[in-house]
Ligand binder design. Structure first.
Ligand SMILES: Nc1nc2c(c(=O)[nH]1)N[C@H]1C(S)=C(S)[C@@H](COP(=O)(O)O)O[C@H]1N2
Ligand SMILES: [Mo]
Length: 211
């Protein structure tokens, strides 16, 4: 369970199938904890910090981040509460592009993705580097609404949606694992959808830091 070599695209047997225990949702509900943050373009930045290869932090303001090359991927959103949204097209900046622009130190094993109000989600570097992992600004060609994470949210097709923060503000490169917001509160440290890694009580030794 949870082998790094199973991370990413191989974890999903393919399109057109719902993962175990999920049902398809028509429309797109809004799900999150806490209030919707107001977007303040003058104060917004996206930061990469922690164990970078050169020890330097990097940050983009909103205009700079918006000017980065825009790519699209097609993927699904699976909420651990069992609804799935299938086949959305997400546009934005791939997580791999962030890793190319700000290379991590070779010692990096995990990242923490940080959002407004201190929401966070920890990821194995292999999950963050998945081909379709994307910091999305758009869905199906339209800018995200603020309820759905405008100006930026992370989408990871093979992990439950709590692992993809809305209102993302940065990424911390880590040389050891540390639990994020929901991973400290009963959700699984890894969260692979196709393995139904929903709850922390399902964790096997090695799946995460002690609770
Ligand atoms: N910042 C933040 N991001 C978050 C959450 C949250 O509470 N705060 N909830 C997550 C959960 S559990 C889900 S299912 C998805 C829901 O995204 P949606 O509202 O666009 O459907 O956002 C995820 N991202
Ligand atoms: Mo969720």
């Amino acid at each position: 369970m949870g082998q790094p070599e199973n991370a990413g695209e191989q974890a999903s047997p393919g399109s057109g199938r719902l993962p175990p225990g999920q049902r398809e949702q028509r429309g797109w509900p809004v799900t999150h904890y806490g209030p919707v943050p107001r977007f303040r373009p003058d104060r917004w930045d996206f930061r990469v910090f922690g164990a970078t290869a050169d020890g330097e932090k990097k940050s983009w303001n909103h205009a700079e981040f918006s000017a980065l090359p825009h790519e699209t991927v097609t993927s699904d959103l699976h909420c651990v509460t069992r609804f799935s949204m299938i086949d959305a097209e997400w546009g934005g900046v791939r997580a791999r592009s962030v890793l190319e622009m700000v290379p991590p130190s070779p010692a990096v094993t995990h990242v923490m993705v940080w959002a407004e109000y201190g929401y966070s989600a920890n990821l194995r570097l292999a999950d963050f580097s998945a081909e379709r992992a994307i910091f999305a600004t758009h869905r199906d060609g339209e800018a995200l609404t603020v309820e759905h994470g405008f100006p930026l949210r992370l989408v990871l097709p093979h992990l439950y949606a709590w692992k993809g923060p809305k209102w993302v503000r940065g990424v911390e490169y880590m040389t050891a694992d540390r639990r994020g917001f929901w991973e400290e509160r009963g959700y699984h440290n890894i969260g692979e959808v196709w393995a139904e890694q929903r709850h922390s009580y399902q964790e096997e030794p090695g799946d995460g830091p002690e609770l």
